[in-house]
Design a protein around this ligand. Structure first.
Ligand code: HAM
Length: 429
């Protein structure tokens, strides 16, 4: 069949899925310690939700959404989950039961981008949204949480950058200032930035083109042009972050590709990722809930790209291994296979990972499989074992053999060695 997975998508096969599960389990355990509860929203939403929240002059809304249908019936595969989480928060009146909610999600997002390393059309995010508070300590908590997760997972060498970009009204003066300055240097800007000048001038600060970088580095910094209260918020958030020992840099040129941000924005990058080096992005969005028809409530959040996280993890920590098997039962003959099958059922119901051969392969081939599955113990069942009712359990790390009879004695032996790492001894085949 000449059909492949669509461009920019990926199958996650069992070997890789082990690492995904490990990342997800670490995430869930850590987020619970910070009192975040999981929220699952649909994979598609009304297109209007994204247009109104992300903004109709952003790259995502202008050209990257998977949309079907027209007008009010138009639906879009979610390109991100902040707006869907806010929609769900309002739809279920969560603010009426408990206005302050800490929510997290793990799931796929969809953007019709040009695929390249680290840039997919279907990718996955781990994200948090803390809705219902404007406290700058919460900005620091959220950034610290992303870093805590990277630390728990063993992702070293990340870089945290922070800026404050104000609200659409508080940054108006700065916008006019840089628009005037950039218009004077229009001929030196790249064609994209020339277009950005009237539509989304802040994106010029973010442009990677060398000429544009040189020009934007000559512009005044936004922070000094924001109202004192917003500058104070930024100072408190950075002080709080410093108090937790999270290393970060203030980056006056950091802007983000969503219209909903209203204050602190941040990005966490990693050197091993190449051109698409953002592992995580986020910020404060104090107007979004009200803009979507809800009450006026502050909120802050982030999202981490899981594919990129795994790339960084593999670069720093090496590949994770699938969990080892407790027992592999090697069988010789039909009666042995039936006996093994009955043992397996009891072992698995007792909480052990156990397996056997279903292909009638040679002893040697079965031994190879036991090695591949990193079995802690192996046993061989043949006619003699069936006749005597006893088995020899071989502890793979030491080579020691124990005589056992009946499933209870097998379980006892496995329990004594539970939690050990995989068998390191090569099988004699
Ligand atoms: P974002 O910066 O668009 O923010 O995405 C967050 C992360 O998702 C990126 O840093 C990157 O790791 C990953 N990512 C984005 N696009 C792709 C792609 N095409 N392929 C692979 N990975 C990708 C948001 O989505 C905001 N909703 C974050 C947020 C939450 N702000 C406040 N709350």
């Amino acid at each position: 069949m000449d059909v492949k997975a669509p461009l920019g998508t990926e199958d996650i096969l069992p070997e890789q899925a082990a690492l995904w599960q490990q990342v997800e389990a670490t995430t869930r355990a850590l987020f619970a310690r910070y009192s975040y509860g999981e929220i699952r929203t649909p994979i598609f939403e009304s297109t209007r939700l994204f247009v109104r929240s992300i903004g109709d002059t952003t790259d995502i809304v202008e050209k990257e959404m998977y949309t079907i249908g027209e007008g009010d019936d138009s639906l879009t595969l979610r390109p991100e989950a902040t707006a869907p989480v806010v929609r769900a928060y309002m739809e279920h009146n969560l603010h009426k039961t408990k206005s302050f909610q800490k929510l997290y999600y793990i799931g796929p997002m969809f953007r019709h981008e040009r695929p390249q390393a680290g840039r997919k059309r279907q990718f996955h995010q781990i994200g948090v949204e803390a809705i219902g508070a404007t406290d700058p300590l919460l900005d620091a908590e959220v950034i610290g949480l992303a870093c805590h997760l990277f630390d728990d997972l063993g992702v070293g060498g990340y870089r945290v950058r922070l800026n404050a970009i104000g609200t659409p009204s508080s940054r108006g003066g700065y916008r006019d200032l840089i628009t005037a300055e950039l218009t004077r240097q229009l001929q030196s800007l790249c064609p994209d930035c020339r277009r950005r000048l009237d539509r989304n001038v802040f994106r010029v600060l973010d442009c990677k083109n060398e000429g544009c970088v040189a020009i934007s580095r000559g512009l005044p910094h936004i922070l000094g042009h924001l109202p004192e209260a917003e500058q104070a918020h930024f100072r408190r958030a950075t002080e709080a972050l410093r108090s937790t020992g999270v290393p970060f840099e203030e980056d006056p040129y950091l802007v983000r590709g969503f219209d909903y941000y209203t204050g602190v924005v941040f990005e966490i990058t990693h050197g091993a990722l190449g051109a698409q080096d953002a592992l995580c992005g986020g910020g404060r969005y104090d107007n979004l809930i009200a803009d979507l028809g809800g009450p006026s409530l502050g909120a802050v959040g982030f999202a981490i790209g899981i594919e990129r996280l795994l790339m960084a993890l593999q670069a720093t920590a090496g590949a994770a291994e699938t969990p080892p098997l407790d027992l592999y039962i090697v069988t010789m003959g039909d009666a042995a296979r039936r006996a093994a099958f009955a043992y397996l059922s009891q072992l698995r119901h007792s909480g052990f990972a156990a397996d056997t051969d279903y292909e009638g392969r040679s002893l040697k081939a079965q031994m190879r499989t036991a090695n591949k599955l990193r079995a802690r113990f192996t046993t061989v069942i043949g006619d003699n074992e069936i006749a005597s009712g006893t088995l020899k359990l071989k502890h793979m790390a030491t080579g020691a053999e124990t005589q056992v009879s009946g499933v209870e004695t097998i379980l006892q032996e496995l329990r004594e060695h539970a939690g050990e790492s995989a068998g390191g001894l090569e099988l004699n085949t």
